[in-house]
Design a protein around this ligand. Structure first.
Ligand SMILES: *[C@@H]1O[C@H](CO)[C@@H](O)[C@H](O)[C@H]1NC(C)=O
Ligand SMILES: *[C@@H]1O[C@H](CO)[C@@H](O)[C@H](O)[C@H]1NC(C)=O
Length: 154
């Protein structure tokens, strides 16, 4: 029983930070920057998005489809947004990766929720590493579940 509780605890501690992360930044294989916004839409609210970034004190709007809200022209021209499955949006920024400032805060807003993440240039990972990380944490979950089933049946 103690082992069972310990297993649940490990599972919880390990998985919550991954599940709760609403924004992630990575570099695509073609060297473009991708910002994933995973905020869940609220029912009965028009799902619109707003991506921005900030270095220091100035926040600049990169891309949005909130009506009446204008993004920086150059940033908007060099970026595009795709809808994610099952919810959320991915922003791709073309040709910014090499000239990024050392320390950047990325923000996304959806349904009145703001998610933000601070990423140092040296910490940027390629997008496939993130999905591999997610996959490995899923197989970790699967092993734990198997372990749980094993324990509850003995
Ligand atoms: C923003 O884009 C999403 C997906 O394309 C769409 O569902 C939503 O209605 C758009 N919002 C506005 C305000 O146009
Ligand atoms: C990066 O910027 C954020 C927000 O301005 C700040 O909190 C953080 O300490 C900075 N990190 C480094 C390593 O300078």
């Amino acid at each position: 029983m103690l082992t069972l509780l310990l297993t649940i605890e490990v599972l919880g501690v390990f998985l919550v930070p991954v599940g709760a992360q609403l924004i992630a930044v990575c570099i695509k294989p073609d060297n473009n920057l991708r910002v994933d916004c995973l905020i869940e839409p609220k029912p009965n609210v028009i799902s619109s998005y707003e991506f921005s970034w900030s270095t220091g004190t100035k926040e600049t709007l990169i891309n949005t489809n909130v009506s009446g809200s204008a993004a920086d022209t150059e940033l908007k021209d060099r970026s595009y947004v795709e809808q994610r499955d099952p919810h959320g949006y991915s922003l791709t920024m073309i040709g910014f990766t090499d000239g990024l400032p050392h320390n950047t805060t990325y923000l996304c807003k959806m349904s009145g929720v703001v998610a933000q993440i601070n990423v140092e240039k040296s910490q940027l990972v390629t997008c496939s590493t993130i999905s591999m990380f997610l996959q490995s944490s899923w197989s970790w979950t699967a092993s734990c579940l198997l372990l749980l089933i094993y324990h509850t049946h003995t």
